[in-house]
Design a protein around this ligand. Structure first.
Ligand code: 59J
Length: 570
């Protein structure tokens, strides 16, 4: 109860306010009313109009969306053997602000991470101003769990996938590699990045004010796993090719080498080995040269291994037959201002003899007797100077001079393999025309779902004739004899090519080559072997590359269950 006047009498009236006081009262009243109005308006804007924004701001401090890693698709060989697999790993990171400054705790953490206390302290110091630093990337889930079991404040886990390459250095340049963020960097990992990668998902999580994960709320979008990739490679043949190549490169102290094996009927790449190589599972201290898939991205002058192809063009002209005899004596000849030579004076040779002795003069005389540029035209149909279109990053096109106003010497040089450049893959693909009734099969690095359509490049009858005379080049007593495969008929050609540099052809640097087809009665594989700069006493293709062909082709034919087409010799 408010106090009332003790006399119980209510004053009848207040003393009248002076006129000025009344005006002031009105002003105050208006101001108060205005203030209340403003407050009301603010309440309305905060609670009604700005509500979603403010609520969002508040939630952002506890509700976050985080990426969900997508599983990268597996890469396998043609039979499903894994060549690249993604395994779950855990990356541990820390918020240095939250890591306790406690020696015992830090020692436990360092030990669980497999680092010294000094190292851990040093890194925490360096990142002292940050709220994020990696502790260890890509641990196995078990190893990461040992750290997380310590339940230390400020230590967090992030779930990812890591690429593992079971075949290691054997398929390294073809398969390629991803980087630590799981993106393709080289080879098919790079070429098929969008297909393999998939799409990361999103999840909503609740975190407390310090960023600690409180709980998983919901998956907003599931991660979409990447697609698989099935290569044309047969891992068994790949291993043999790699092993034999590595052995030969070491034995001849060579700079490197290549083996490419194609399925003669489909053009699929069954094996593609490179030296030098590298271990894609451990990229520390690797030689960048090892990254190159030389079989696809590097070109070289093919030299004599293209002679059978040039010979096909020569036979197609109809100007010569297999009985034609060419006098190659005295072992050298002048064309324009150039002297070309054979390694010896072979005298009179028929066409098979020209291939078997690898006579540059024989080839030149034959091709100079033609009135059309048949050799370069055939090279063009065989894919030289054109992209093989495998989709491999950095795929080489090579060079083939356009047939305009040529000199006779250039014309002649092309017929024995100089003045053009090809990749080992292009060379092998061209040879499929000889193996496949004249139809060249374009190469494929992926297993074909349906048969490819080839390009008719050589008359079938001419292709058959060539297969026969190339078989003569690997018989006992020939330069190619070491390419022979017990039990199987083989056709092929050796090559020994002087390497060229800016200063011209080098005196003592060679490439040793062999290109071959087997079995002759029903060809299944085409194989090209190239050994780069052998340093031993042997450097001829017949001595260095042919034995590699023999071992690789022999193993492949047996692994592919190809029936032998020749009785064993004694
Ligand atoms: C050769 C060349 C270089 C380029 C010559 C190899 C030419 C030529 C200019 C001398 C070694 C050597 C355009 S030889 O591959 O003829 O494989 O078993 O490099 O001829 O004109 O001391 N191959 N090789 N020629 N150039 N220019 C033979 C032949 C070939 C053999 C042996 C011995 C050459 C039988 C190479 C083999 O078929």
């Amino acid at each position: 109860m408010s106090a009332s006047p003790s006399n119980g009498v209510t004053p009848r009236h207040r003393p009248a306010s002076p006129p000025m006081g009344r005006a002031r009262y009105a002003v105050v009243l208006v101001l108060v009313a205005l203030g209340m109005l403003l407050l009301g308006a603010r309440i309305v804007t905060l609670h009604v109009l700005d509500q979603p924004f403010l609520q969002g701001q508040g939630n952002a401090r506890i509700l976050r969306t985080e990426p969900l890693s997508a599983h990268r698709g597996m890469i396998t060989d043609r039979h499903g053997e894994p060549l690249a697999i993604s395994t779950p790993v855990v990356t541990l990171w820390a918020n240095p602000q939250e890591i306790a400054d406690d020696r015992i705790q830090r020692l436990m953490l360092a030990q669980a991470l497999g680092m010294s206390l000094d190292e851990l302290d040093g890194r925490l110091e360096r990142y002292a101003d940050h709220e994020f630093m990696y502790l260890r990337r890509q641990l196995t889930p078990a190893a990461a769990q040992r750290v997380l079991d310590l339940r230390l404040a400020g230590v967090y886990a992030q779930h990812e996938y890591k690429r593992y390459y079971p075949a290691g250095e054997v398929t390294a340049q073809l398969v390629g590699v991803t980087n630590v963020d799981d993106r393709g960097q080289e080879g098919l990992e790079l070429a098929y990045q969008p297909h393999l990668a998939g799409t990361p998902g999103k999840r909503r999580v609740v975190k407390d004010r310090r960023g600690q994960l409180v709980r998983d709320l919901e998956v907003l979008r599931e991660a979409e796993p990447g697609g698989e990739l099935t290569l044309s490679i047969d891992q068994r043949l790949q291993y043999v090719a790699y092993r034999e190549l590595k052995k030969a490169v070491a034995e001849h102290e060579a700079d490197g080498g290549i083996v490419v094996m194609l399925d003669a009927r489909t053009g699929e790449v069954l094996a593609m080995a490179n030296q030098p190589s590298y271990n894609p599972n451990n990229r520390a201290g690797l030689d960048p040269q090892g990254l190159r898939n030389q079989a696809i991205v590097d070109v070289f002058e093919p030299g004599s291994v293209v002679k059978p192809l040039a010979m096909a063009a020569i036979l197609e002209s109809g100007e010569y037959s297999l009985d034609t005899v060419i006098d190659t004596s005295p072992g050298w000849m002048r064309i324009d201002q150039f002297t070309i030579r054979d390694i010896r004076n072979y005298g009179e040779l028929d066409l098979a003899g020209i291939l078997e002795k690898s006579s540059n003069i024989g080839m030149s005389k034959l091709v100079l007797g033609l009135d059309e540029p048949r050799v370069p035209e055939l090279y063009c149909r065989l894919g030289f100077g054109q992209s093989p279109e495998t989709g491999f990053p950095g795929e080489a096109v090579g060079s083939l001079p356009a047939p305009v106003r040529w000199s006779s010497s250039q014309w002649a040089a092309l017929s024995y393999g100089y003045g053009l450049s090809v990749s080992a893959l292009q060379l092998a693909s061209a040879y499929t025309a000889l193996a496949n009734d004249g139809v060249r099969m374009p190469p494929s690095l992926l297993k074909r779902a349906q048969p490819a359509s080839g390009v008719e490049a050589i008359e079938p009858a001419v292709a058959h004739e060539l297969l026969r005379i190339m078989e003569a080049s690997v018989q006992p007593g020939t330069g190619g004899r070491r390419a022979a495969v017990p039990g199987y008929r083989v056709a092929g050609k050796t090559g020994t090519v002087r390497k060229s540099s800016a200063r011209g052809y080098e005196k003592d640097a060679y490439r040793s080559l062999f290109a071959g087809i087997a079995p002759v009665s029903d060809p299944r594989i085409v194989t090209v072997v190239m050994i780069d700069r052998p340093r031993g006493d042997d450097y001829f293709g017949g001595a260095v590359a042919a034995p590699v062909f023999s071992r690789v082709a022999g193993s492949a034919l047996r692994l592919l269950d190809v029936p032998p087409d020749q009785r064993e010799r004694q």
